[in-house]
Design a protein around this ligand. Sequence first.
Ligand code: ZN
Length: 150
Amino acid sequence: MSDLNDLYQEVILDHNRRPRNFGQLPDATRTAKGYNPLCGDRLTLYLKLDGDRIDGVAFEGSGCAISKASASLMTDAIKGQSTSSAADLFERFHQMITTPIDQPVDEDSVGKLAVLAGVREFPARVKCASLAWHTLKAALDEVPTPVKTE
Ligand code: ZN
């Protein structure tokens, strides 16, 4: 990942080393599992919804640094948000991560998540970065899981 901007790389490494909201959520109202067979990343996402507000969120699992950092950043970003803002953020993140590498991304639209824009240079890593988000979507839409990136 030597092509990543140093600052961005530092943020990703930090979230990998000290993932935020890592663990179980005993009073979760929604649970979803995600699996990325290409890399072997697995995660379980827990949401505690209060009406349409995401009151609590946590995740656990095992995977590469990108998948873990992305899940950590995601949980930070959606905590306290409404389910519709979280779904909007999913769309903006998905748009960013699928933008061709030679085209600029709108970093302001995704806030801190922009640190993951660099994974576009590594197509296999895009699935690692989006796994947590697809799992979130499944939890919000209450579709059966595990969701797979393949
Ligand atoms: Zn991975």
